[in-house]
Design a protein around this ligand. Structure first.
Ligand SMILES: Nc1ncnc2c1ncn2[C@@H]1O[C@H](COP(=O)(O)OP(=O)(O)O)[C@@H](O)[C@H]1O
Ligand SMILES: [Mg+2]
Length: 254
């Protein structure tokens, strides 16, 4: 039997037949505003509620802003940080600014992969993290796509080796249908793609699990919503995108 890590996101574990297989490195790909950051934060918060420590690696936002954003969904992580069960790795500020001086895990030079990995390991050891989110992994190789695969392989060895089930947030442009580039897509154990599609003047959210090593998963595109409490996935509904428009079908009523 496969050991799994439950995302705890309503509807998501049903699509994954119980959760993400333990130690998998999952690419969470999507365009801007598709909900990648919220998905990752909800995954970590739910872990904390189940007694599973985690780390969030902030590459695109100030750690102070990350805490504020999470609190807006009712996910107040400060208590867990004080208890040493949760850590935000600051790979954003480079240690610059007053607020950054109060951060415990700071990557002084985020372009230094060795330093980045060392700080990551320290945070994992200290917290005993079994869940991790790197937001976004694309930031690590945006200016040097040639090393994307080797960076992801290195992260995979370290994180999986330390027993961490990880979400790597992957940025793709609005029009792109891919997941973040061939090297990265093949190295990842799983790929979840989040989408926003505009049809008839309305944006519809949906997600699809493209790949997940070690388990069966839904092969359908499911609609989801972002609410004040986070993401809700409609595992019993399918979003069909055709030339005629988008239609939502409830399974069993097709
Ligand atoms: N409280 C909320 N209720 C509904 N939607 C929200 C709420 N907060 C944020 N959103 C939606 O989430 C989007 C941002 O999600 P985010 O996870 O930051 O996207 P990404 O990381 O993929 O760029 C916003 O553009 C907005 O549409
Ligand atoms: Mg984001």
């Amino acid at each position: 039997m496969v050991e799994r890590v439950k995302t705890g996101i309503p509807g998501m574990d049903e699509i994954l037949y119980g959760g993400i297989p333990k130690r998998n490195i999952v690419l969470l790909a999507g365009g801007p505003g598709t909900g990648k950051t919220i998905f990752g934060q909800q995954y970590l918060w739910n872990g904390l509620q189940m007694g599973e420590p985690g780390i969030y690696v902030a590459l695109e936002e100030h750690p102070v802003q990350v805490r504020i954003n999470m609190r807006q969904f009712g996910w107040d992580v400060r208590k867990y940080e004080q208890e040493g069960l949760f850590a935000i790795v600051d790979a954003f500020t480079g240690g610059i600014g007053e607020a950054a001086k109060r951060e415990r895990y700071v990557v002084r030079d985020p372009t230094d992969v060795g330093l980045f990995i060392d700080t990551l390991k320290e945070a994992i050891r200290d917290t005993g993290a079994v869940r991790g989110v790197i937001d976004s992994v694309s930031t690590l190789y945006l200016t040097k796509p040639a090393v994307a695969r080797s960076i992801v392989m290195m992260l995979k060895r370290v994180l999986s080796g330390m027993g961490v089930t990880t979400i790597l947030v992957s940025q793709v442009s609005v029009t792109e249908r891919g997941f973040g580039g061939p090297g990265v897509e093949h190295a990842a154990d799983g790929i979840i793609r989040l989408d926003l599609d505009e049809i008839g003047g309305e944006l519809k959210r949906s997600l699809i699990v493209w790949k997940m090593r070690g388990t069966k998963h839904s092969m359908r595109r499911h609609p989801f919503e972002i609410t004040d409490k986070g993401i809700i996935v409609y595992h019993n509904k399918v979003l069909k995108i055709t030339r005629g428009g988008i239609s939502e079908v409830t399974l069993g009523e097709e």
